[in-house]
Write a protein that binds this ligand. Structure first.
Ligand code: GRF
Length: 201
């Protein structure tokens, strides 16, 4: 079974949805570690309550991105790891990190990439007057939300939507999509070909 390490910084609702999918038998991976850069992350409480191994690696003042990522990599490699899922992890990964785990790091983004990358994607969609947005699961490359796309879900933007209401509707889809994509990876059905992902039948 694939060993999954999940990186979080906060609430961790995607991490919880992944864990639930495992318990429900919809996702066959083993979570070997939940790592947070933020000791206060609410997701850590859930992980501890469910006896999932956790680790905290906090950035030290003045520490370079490379040195910090070096410590994160060390923690990750102290457990069995086949795939790393970013789930609300609020740090840009260094080149060194991305290269070390090439095509093994996935992320979920609350918009239909390549539209609205970066922070506040739901707000960006509203401000642009988009009639549709959604979420994307993609492999992580050196850019910000630019890696090969695995799958997406469309969510309608409704008149009167606020950032909160749109985010909540997108989040429901995120919770399903992430586990589905991880299951495809677990089944060995994802092939990365340059910028494109092929899903094997
Ligand atoms: C989600 O909207 C995800 O798409 C984005 O950050 C948020 C994390 O939420 N990358 P949670 O911590 O999983 O609840």
């Amino acid at each position: 079974m694939l060993n999954l390490v999940i990186l979080i910084s906060g609430r961790g609702s995607n991490m919880q949805a992944i864990h639930r999918a495992i318990l429900e038998g919809k996702l066959s991976v083993k979570i070997s570690l939940i790592l947070s850069n933020n000791p206060q992350a609410a997701g850590l409480t859930y992980a501890r309550e469910h006896k999932i191994p956790t680790a905290v690696v906090e950035k030290m003042p003045g520490e370079s991105r490379d040195d910090f990522d070096g410590r994160v990599i060390e923690k990750i490699e102290s457990v069995p790891v086949d795939i790393i899922a970013l789930a609300g992890y609020m740090r840009i990964l260094s080149k060194k990190f991305v290269e070390r785990f090439k095509n093994k790091i996935v992320n979920i983004h609350p918009a239909l990439l390549p539209a609205f990358p970066g922070l506040h994607a739901q707000r960006q969609a509203l401000e642009a007057g988009a009639s549709q947005s959604g979420c994307t699961v993609h492999f992580v490359d050196e850019g910000c939300d630019t890696g090969p796309i695995i799958d997406q879900r469309v969510v309608e933007v409704k008149p009167g939507d606020t950032e909160e209401s749109l985010s909540a509707r997108i989040l429901e889809q995120e919770h399903q999509l992430y586990s589905e994509c991880l299951q495809l990876i677990a089944e060995g059905r994802i092939k990365v070909e340059g910028k494109k992902v092929r899903i094997l039948k």
